[in-house]
Structures are given as structure tokens and as C-alpha cells.
Design a protein around this ligand. Structure first.
Ligand code: AHN
Ligand code: ZN
Length: 342
């Protein structure tokens, strides 16, 4: 009986070894494609290096513009700020193209136009277009006093440009996979006075004269980009960034991409999922309609006015409404998108 039990132990041991060997072989064959050819395990993607966007720096670039005074077309501040921005961009971009011309405003006034386009890797076919208007409104039609005087436009004009100038600085540090163009549009804000939600077509087309001019005369022949992002009035503390209706109509996949980036960075309380219709016209409409480049607008929504910030087109639009944290949320989100695009 001792011999027999010894045999049972021996058999059990061999059976267990065989079982484990079988399981091991089965497991190591799992990654085979059936023909015995091993399939390499998926390589971990190298982490994308996104340079750090500095909110203090962006804030300083907004203040620098405001220090020139109002930048409405034809003013001294417009010339001086334009000169400064071109010199600045020449330090960081591969090419800077200035597009000058004359446009006629809704009131018949002839205005000097100066569109500024800075490019990185201009030879690359796959590109990302970043846009903000740099001119400021020639009157304060939403104010109760000094209605005929030009505004400082810290938020309306200054904020988007401040963010893009900080991004420009970073683009020289670390090149993203795609080419990038920063387009500072001129004569966006000389539109016929109206409410935020204007619907008359003639009145709508009195805005965005710089981007309309560019669409008819692109800075390079056959210019196009994979997608575009417009920054407008995106610097106030109270700004909420809702998905904007016209952006959703023209470029929902770009809205999706940008809002997903904001959420990944922890800005889900600033970039909200709901869509709101509160913008009648902006440069992105022209770029979508005339250039067929899917372009979205990141533009602040105010819960109080149910539209733009209360400082909109008033003399309150000065440095006191600008918030570093908001500039940073928008700037970091845009940089995340730019550097993750393959
Ligand atoms: C309207 O929707 C009428 N205007 C938005 C365009 C704009 C003016 N952006 C800044 N100022
Ligand atoms: Zn404006």
C-alpha cells in the first residue's frame, strides 16, 4: 500500500507539472496570429512634449497692447502696436507676412488694413490655423458715456492676441508635428452697431473685413489648413466657454477635439459641454464659409448678459477685466491640441 500511495503522489506531481506547462505554453501563444508568427506587442506611444504656456507672460502681452492705447484702424496706436507685433513675431516665427490694403467700412469710411500672418514650417502641407483679431473697436456704442471714443479692447482684441503671442514664443522652443499659422486679423471690429445676436446679412458682413479680404486674397496661393481655432474675448474671470453654435454647425469635430483637450487638462469647469447660440458673426464664419477650413470660436459667454461680457464695447474693457487663470486655461488647451495633432 505504501508503494501504491507513493505512485499516486508521483502521478499527481507529474500531472500538475504538465498542467502548468500547458497553461504556460497556451498563454505564450496568445499573442500569435494563429500561423505561429509572433505579433509584436503594441509599442507604448512616446509621450507628447507640450511646452508650458505661461499665464503671466500672456497677461504681459495683453498689457503691452493696451499700453499702446486704442488700436482702431487709422489710429496711432494701431500703427505702433502693429509694428511691435510684427517685430515680436519675426523673432519667433519662420516667416511673417503682412497684408496691407484699404477697405470700406459700413459708414463709407476708408480704412487702412494690416493683416499679419506668422508661420512655422511653412513648407509643411498639414497645418493648423490659429486666429485672433488685433484691431479694437473705434467707438464705445454699448457704453453710456463717451460713446464716440475708441475703447482699449483689453478683452476684445487684446486677450486672443496675448494668448497667441505666448504660443508663438513656445512654437520656436519646440516644433509640433504640423505646420502652424498664427493669423492676426485686422478690421474685425468696425461693424455696424447692433446687438450680439444680429441677423441682417448686410449688417453681419460689416464685421470681419480683414478676414474677408484675406479669403479673397490668401497670403499664399491655395492656402488651406486641417482646421482652425479662433480666440475672441477669452480673457475675463467670469468667462464660461460653451460650445458655440456656429462652430458646431461648421466644425463639430474640432469643437469636440478642443473640449476634450480642456477636459483632459482639468478645465471642465471652464469649458462646458452645452452648446449656446450667442454669436452672430465672427472671423471663423468667414473662414468656414469662404475658405472651407473647419474653424471654431473659443469665445467667452456671460451668464448675466446671456451673451458677451458686460464690458463688451464699453470703456470698461480695460486691464481690470483680464484674468491670468482664464488666459492660461485657454492657452494651455490650445497648445495641447496643437502638440497632440499628428
Ligand atoms: C457680433 O456677434 C455682432 N459680433 C461678434 C463679433 C465681435 C465683435 N467680436 C468681437 N467684437
Ligand atoms: Zn468687438
Amino acid at each position: 500500500s505504501t508503494t501504491m500511495s507513493r505512485n499516486v503522489v508521483r502521478f499527481t506531481a507529474i500531472a500538475l507539472v504538465a498542467l502548468f506547462l500547458g497553461l504556460f505554453l497556451l498563454k505564450s501563444c496568445r499573442s500569435d496570429n494563429g500561423g505561429g508568427v509572433p505579433v509584436p506587442k503594441e509599442q507604448p506611444q512616446p509621450a507628447v512634449k507640450v511646452p508650458l504656456f505661461d499665464g503671466d507672460s500672456a497677461y504681459a502681452f495683453v498689457k503691452k497692447q493696451v499700453d499702446f492705447g486704442p488700436r482702431n484702424p487709422g489710429s496711432a496706436g494701431h500703427v505702433a502696436c502693429g509694428d511691435w507685433m510684427v517685430a515680436f513675431l519675426n523673432q519667433y516665427a519662420d516667416t511673417v507676412i503682412e497684408q496691407t490694403g484699404t477697405v470700406t467700412a459700413f459708414n463709407g469710411q476708408k480704412l487702412p488694413l494690416r493683416n499679419i500672418i506668422a508661420s512655422w514650417a511653412p513648407e509643411k502641407k498639414e497645418r493648423i490655423l490659429l486666429v485672433a483679431h488685433w484691431d479694437t473697436r473705434p467707438f464705445a456704442d454699448k457704453d453710456t458715456d463717451r460713446k464716440n471714443e475708441p475703447i482699449l479692447g483689453a478683452n476684445d482684441g487684446g486677450s486672443g492676441v496675448g494668448i497667441l503671442l505666448e504660443i508663438a514664443r513656445r512654437l520656436k522652443e519646440e516644433a509640433p508635428a504640423l505646420g502652424v499659422d498664427i493669423f492676426l486679423t485686422d478690421v474685425e471690429d468696425f461693424g455696424q452697431p447692433s446687438d450680439a445676436m444680429e441677423t441682417d446679412a448686410n449688417s453681419l458682413l460689416s464685421w470681419c473685413l480683414g478676414s474677408q479680404y484675406w479669403a479673397k486674397n490668401p497670403h499664399v496661393p491655395n492656402y488651406t489648413a486641417r482646421f482652425g481655432i479662433l480666440l475672441d474675448m477669452c480673457g475675463t474671470a467670469s468667462a464660461d466657454f460653451y460650445r458655440e453654435q456656429l462652430s458646431m454647425q461648421y466644425a463639430p469635430h474640432v469643437v469636440q477635439k478642443v473640449w476634450a483637450a480642456a477636459s483632459a487638462l482639468g478645465y471642465g469647469q471652464t469649458f462646458l459641454p452645452e452648446t449656446k447660440y450667442f454669436v452672430g458673426i465672427d472671423d471663423h464664419v468667414i473662414i468656414n464659409r469662404d475658405m472651407r477650413i473647419p474653424t471654431i470660436d473659443i469665445i467667452g459667454y456671460d451668464e448675466g448678459t446671456k451673451a458677451f461680457d458686460p464690458s463688451w464695447h464699453t470703456h470698461k474693457d480695460d486691464m481690470s477685466v483680464i484674468d491670468k487663470a482664464t488666459l492660461e486655461a485657454v492657452g494651455r488647451t490650445v497648445m495641447h491640441v496643437v502638440y497632440h495633432e499628428r
